[in-house]
Design a binder for this molecule. Structure first.
Ligand SMILES: [Zn+2]
Length: 187
């Protein structure tokens, strides 16, 4: 397995870019992968996102980042198992679907197995906003976007606006916004 990453083509991708709809492949950690992760973090922080997934920067590999205000966590080749807990609802934003907020129901607690960009494996449990952000980013690896959680009619309307290019590129945040001072706020 070898990943070829066009580092010069890395930039934030927005719907309807077909890259966002592809299922991403397993990652073999290379120097190039580490460089892509570094750039992904730069783009995430520059846009005040609390997460970012590789397909969003044009790289179809199974990796994403999350930082809800207490440090960056890298997830490479993640596997997520839901833990017995309640479902919670929150309006989420997405840097790849600017200007759109969608209320998404997600499970509150999860267990994640993954490795970091040094290839070190870990297993950790997450809850609350972090668990939500991880599930949102993991959706990106399977080509799933927040608009897929809309009811069918709203989805047709929103997608149509993007396809016609009529949707203003309003500023938005990934899942929720991070204000750089340890606080997160909704997009
Ligand atoms: Zn997103």
């Amino acid at each position: 397995m070898q990943n070829e990453i066009a580092l010069d083509k890395i930039r934030l991708r927005t719907f309807p870019d077909p890259i966002l709809r592809k299922r991403s492949g397993e990652v073999e950690v290379t120097q190039q992968v580490k460089e892509a992760v570094k750039r992904m973090a730069g783009i995430m922080y520059a846009n005040n996102g609390i997460g970012l997934a590789a397909p969003q920067i044009g790289v179809n590999l199974r990796m994403f980042l999350v930082d809800t205000g207490d440090g960056l966590i890298e997830f490479i080749n993640p596997t997520i198992v839901p833990l017995k807990s309640r479902m919670t609802k929150m309006e989420e934003g997405c840097l790849s679907v600017p200007g759109v907020g969608v209320e998404v129901r997600r499970i509150d607690k999860i267990k994640v197995s993954a490795c970091d960009s040094s290839g070190r494996p870990f297993v950790r449990e997450f809850s609350g906003l972090k668990a939500r952000a991880i599930q949102h980013e993991n959706d990106h690896l399977d080509g799933k976007l927040i608009i897929d959680y809309l009811n069918p009619l709203s989805r047709i309307v929103v997608e149509g606006k993007f396809r016609r290019g009529g949707k203003k590129q309003k500023k938005t945040c990934e899942v929720a916004c991070y204000d750089g001072e340890g606080r997160t706020r909704r997009s």
